[in-house]
Design a protein around this ligand. Sequence first.
Ligand SMILES: [Zn+2]
Length: 463
Amino acid sequence: MRTRTVSVVATLSVLCWAALLQTPALRAQSQADWLDAYREPAARLIGEALSDHFAWNRLAELTDTYGPRLAGSTNLDAAIRWAVAEMKKDGLENVRAEPVMVPVWVRGQESVAITSPSYQPLVMLGLGNSIGTPPDGIEAEIWVVKSFEELDAAPERAKGNIVVYNVPYTNYGETVQYRGAGASRAAKHGALAAIVRSVGPPGLRTPHTGGLNYTEDQPKIPAAAITVEDAERLQRLQDRGLRIIVKLKMEAHFEPDVQSANVIGEIVGREKPEEVVVVGCHFDSWDVGVGASDDGGGCVVTWEALRLMKKAGLRPRRTMRVVLFTNEENGLRGGRAYLEKYKDQLANHVLMFESDLGVFRPTGFNFSGSDAARETIKQIATLLQGIDAHRVGPGGGGGDIGPAVQAGSIPAMSPVVEGNYFLIHHTPADTVDKIDAIDVARNAAAIAVMTYVIADMPARLGR
Ligand SMILES: [Zn+2]
């Protein structure tokens, strides 16, 4: 009896466990059913992407032909006309260049040299949006600091001198504040100019440019970046107790705003054309290098998502829209203009996706949105296990989509890639030869599959 009771309890217990185990099993089964309809199109998109080097070739053509594409430059204008013509050739719909007024920053001639204890020219790049020096330059003693705290602790040492920030790179978000705010922080203490150690890991004496932000309450002073090697050298000279004199000359200045454009192409949705999935990038670059990783590659792979759908004969339920934004680097006017133009349609923006961290080997995506939407994204991402690009992490977004994403609380997404993006970022070394054709194809495949399913699935992605 006793044995039998135990036996019944054991049997019931097994049944209960079976029932418990069945729930997730059934759930997984229904997920698979939902996704099954997308296995074949996903395989086709991946196959199309990996079958040739079309995307890499397009990036090489863009960057070889038009080179650096700073906002307001004739190079960017010509590249915009090329992109419009190419999108039409791809068969995209509603291809258009939407006008955006952009600032025109001109670097001009520039140089930095140590003039004492002995004359030595340094490798440098003026920071974007900086003012220039007087024509004869600024020659002054330097003070090398390792942090804002060190600067603020002895403000009298900055007065009448050039402040050099020798701040080692940790990560972009952390170190970039010295490039952005260094000039105004030094000007507050009476410095004549600011020089920052390039924001990036040690390279091969490579200077990195990038935008600075003057604060309204301080005088504007010129600012430039020098290489990691030269910043360390100035530090060593100072640490030996030497008085170091540096001469900075910059012709940098702004000219009146001119008209640029966001380039847009679409595949109009077959059932819900008013609901839109936006993929994008920024088409402008700094005036050094050719903007292959930042962000020509991001433009080619997001644009490629639509071309691949066309090529595979796929017209999703909702509209796919690619936007090549202008003027991200020194103004963000393209992203703001998009918000202004489409502010009444943000509720119909299902997802905004931006690629602006290079097109190296993709490992997955970062996503910002609701938990329910994240679960859906994770399910779709399983379709990318074959190319090892199926991971989903937090914190998706991008500079250009930022204004619309914030204003409309739109789910946002960006690819995660493994590569040396910040080694070449904003440098003369940002060229297409650093980028592998298969990696570009994998990026295009991953974006095409992810966004196609989101644009096509029966239920709209949750908010
Ligand atoms: Zn960028």
